[in-house]
Design a protein around this ligand. Structure first.
Ligand code: NAD
Ligand code: MN
Length: 364
């Protein structure tokens, strides 16, 4: 029996509601499997920790996570602390500290979900967005001088390295190759940004030669938004910079029905460090503390975690349970137009897993 060591970091806002829900569901799936179990360790980092200690996580925090097999994360963002402090002090510290350079965001319209694109059949929207997660516009390079004076100046320098671009493109090509349609769209803005984005296009062309079976095209990011809405079926795997893919994936999540459903994985594909799995939504200040958060984004992120750990059958079982729950409108949370609570959705998924496990053991 294999034991996976999992760090849970609920963070702030509804992260404190959806991460415990995710842990419950993972415990339920392990209870039904003879092959593995989980050893969870919870970390109370985030806004409350900041109020006590002046930092979002301790200075040696990464060392506490280093030996874990994976991290399940909620959200960083507190109504009383500036967003750039919470984000850089916790989530980006982990992403960059563990060089989780590939951010992977699958998007599908799950059964039972009323998505806004009325001309699009659910099967026409099946994408994976790959976001460069270590450099680019969010490299953190820049500064401010003469603050508050009329001559004040501020810069955010976008850093693109050949090594960084090459590794994310190669990852995206490999992912596209593993999907049935073997299709990759490389998104840049190489008309207006004439240095780094032109380098992206050049490197994409070079890397594409290593993957002759992948059909590759390119699109400018502004045109890509229109294409996502008007011709969703022409897209499959998508790769873009840190900023562009951040924006495109919120659009993708909305087109799939709700931000509350969308999952993401921050991967170190070389597995030198633990990878981190999280719903793409934030702290949701408007509903936090009320038990109304949709936990499905966290559950789907847990599916990605199981896949990363190599537990394919458990991943499939959990995804099936999630889809059977979304198919029932009585189990929809407020973001989907329903009245269900976080706890009700969580119990329903756990019950589905338990009944599957019982059916399997009877069949065996
Ligand atoms: P948000 O995702 O928190 O909320 C946007 C809207 O979507 C809100 O109306 C919210 O109620 C709704 N929503 C989001 N997730 C939901 C869920 N699971 N169930 C039901 N409704 C849901 O985005 P925001 O308002 O831009 O950000 C709020 C805070 O979260 C900010 O501090 C921001 O910096 C932070 N944030 C953190 C992360 C992260 O840690 N990965 C990501 C995004 C935002
Ligand atoms: Mn975002």
């Amino acid at each position: 029996m294999r034991t996976y060591r999992i760090a849970t970091i609920p963070g702030d806002g509804i992260g404190k509601e959806v991460v415990p829900a995710g842990r419950r569901v993972l415990e339920a799936i392990a209870a039904g499997s003879p092959n593995f179990r989980f050893d969870f360790e919870d970390f109370d980092w985030g806004g409350d920790y900041y109020r006590k200690h002046g930092v979002m996580m301790p200075a040696d925090g990464l060392d506490a996570l280093r030996g874990k097999d994976a991290i399940l994360f909620g959200s960083a963002g507190d109504p009383h602390i500036p967003d750039h402090v919470t984000l850089w002090g916790l989530r980006l510290k982990i992403c960059q500290g563990f060089d989780q350079y590939a951010n992977v965001r699958p998007t599908r319209i799950l059964p039972g979900i009323d998505a806004p694109l009325k001309r699009c059949a659910p099967k026409d929207l099946d994408w994976v967005i790959v976001r460069e997660n270590s450099e680019g516009e969010y490299s953190g390079v820049g500064g401010r001088a003469h603050q508050g004076h009329p001559i004040e100046v501020a810069t955010d320098v976008s850093i693109m390295t050949r090594a960084g671009v090459e590794r994310i493109l190669r990852f995206a090509f490999r992912l596209a190759q593993s999907r049935p349609r073997k299709r990759l769209t490389v998104i840049t803005k190489s008309n207006a940004q004439r240095h780094a984005m032109v380098m992206w296009d050049e490197i994409a062309l070079q890397v594409s030669k290593e993957f002759p079976d992948v059909k590759c095209d390119k699109e400018l990011v502004d045109a890509a938004t229109a294409r996502m809405v008007n011709r969703p079926a022409t897209l499959d795997t998508i790769v873009a910079t840190n900023l562009h893919a951040d924006i495109l994936s919120d659009l993708a999540a909305a087109l799939a029905g709700s931000l509350g459903i969308a999952p993401t994985a921050n991967l170190d594909p070389e597995r030198r460090y633990p990878s981190m799995f999280e719903p793409i939504h934030g702290s949701a200040f408007d509903i936090m503390g009320k038990g109304l958060a949709n936990p499905v984004g966290t559950f789907w992120s847990a599916v990605m975690m199981l896949e990363h750990l190599g537990e394919r059958s458990a991943a499939r079982q959990l995804m099936e349970a999630i889809e059977r729950v979304t198919a029932n409108p009585a189990l929809h949370t407020g973001d989907l137009g329903g009245k269900a609570t976080t706890a009700e959705v969580t119990e329903a998924v756990c019950a589905m897993l338990a009944s599957n496990a019982a059916a399997n053991s009877q069949a065996a």
